[in-house]
Design a protein around this ligand. Structure first.
Ligand SMILES: Cc1cc2nc3c(=O)[nH]c(=O)nc-3n(C[C@H](O)[C@H](O)[C@H](O)COP(=O)(O)O)c2cc1C
Length: 189
C-alpha cells in the first residue's frame, strides 16, 4: 500500500481488524487506550470485519478514515506514515493462515506482507479458541509467524467454549490488555 512519509513526533500504529466476531466491537476502547499512550492510529479493516465495527466511531477516535479497500494512487491523498508498530486485533483463523502463506487478497494482508521483514513490530492477537487450536495448519502457521518475529497472542489452554455463557463473557476473554502491554513494550529500545 506504500508509506510515503516518515513518522514525526507520535508513533504511528496501524491496527488491522479482522472479522473475528464480537471482540471486534470492542476495538474503540483499545483505540482510546492506545491514543492516550501517544499512538497515532490508523485502522485497516478486512471486508469481513465491517459488519462488526463502527467505522465512523473508529475514524472519529483515530482521526483517520478506516480503510478496507485498495485505492488508485491518483485517488489517494492520505498521509500514511511508516508504521512504528502493527497490531492485528482481533485476528482471525483465516487472516493468520493467509498471512503465514503470503496471500495478499485484502488491503489488511497487503499491509502485513509489506511490513514483515522490515523489523517493524507486528502483534497478532487471537480470541482463545481451542477448536481452532486443533487445526494442524493453523498451529504451524502461528509457529511460522513467531519464527519471523511476529508476536502472536493466542492463549487457549484451559478454555472450554461450552462453559462460556454468552457473547459478553466471550468478548471479555479477548486479550486486549496483553495486546496493549505488548504494544507498549515495542517503545523500549
Ligand atoms: C458472528 C461471527 C463470528 C465469527 N467469529 C470468528 C472468530 O472468533 N474467529 C475467526 O477466526 N473467525 C470468526 N468468524 C469467521 C470470519 O468472519 C471468517 O472466517 C472471515 O472469512 C474472516 O475474514 P478476514 O480474516 O478477512 O477478516 C466469525 C464470523 C461470524 C459471522
Amino acid at each position: 500500500m506504500g508509506y510515503p512519509t516518515m513518522t514525526v513526533g507520535t508513533r504511528a500504529l496501524y491496527i488491522v481488524v479482522c472479522g473475528g466476531g464480537y471482540p471486534a466491537g470492542d476495538l474503540p476502547a483499545f483505540v482510546r487506550q492506545a491514543a492516550t499512550a501517544d499512538w497515532d492510529i490508523r485502522v485497516v479493516a478486512t471486508p469481513s470485519s465491517l459488519k462488526f465495527i463502527d467505522t465512523a466511531l473508529l475514524a472519529n477516535l483515530s482521526g483517520h478514515p478506516v480503510r478496507s479497500e485498495y485505492v488508485l494512487v491518483e485517488d489517494d491523498d492520505e498521509e500514511r506514515p511508516i508504521p512504528d508498530a502493527v497490531v492485528v486485533a482481533p485476528a482471525t483463523f483465516n487472516t493468520v493462515n493467509k498471512f503465514a502463506t503470503g496471500i495478499s487478497d485484502t488491503l489488511a494482508l497487503s499491509l502485513l506482507n509489506e511490513t514483515i521483514g522490515s523489523g517493524i513490530p507486528i502483534i497478532v492477537a487471537l480470541p482463545p479458541n481451542p477448536t481452532h487450536a486443533k487445526h494442524p495448519a493453523f498451529l504451524a502457521n502461528i509457529a511460522t509467524l513467531r519464527s519471523w518475529g511476529v508476536e502472536v497472542i493466542f492463549d487457549y489452554e484451559g478454555v472450554v467454549l461450552e462453559n462460556v455463557p454468552d457473547i459478553e463473557a466471550w468478548k471479555a476473554m479477548f486479550p486486549w490488555q496483553k495486546t496493549f502491554d505488548a504494544l507498549e513494550a515495542t517503545k523500549k529500545p
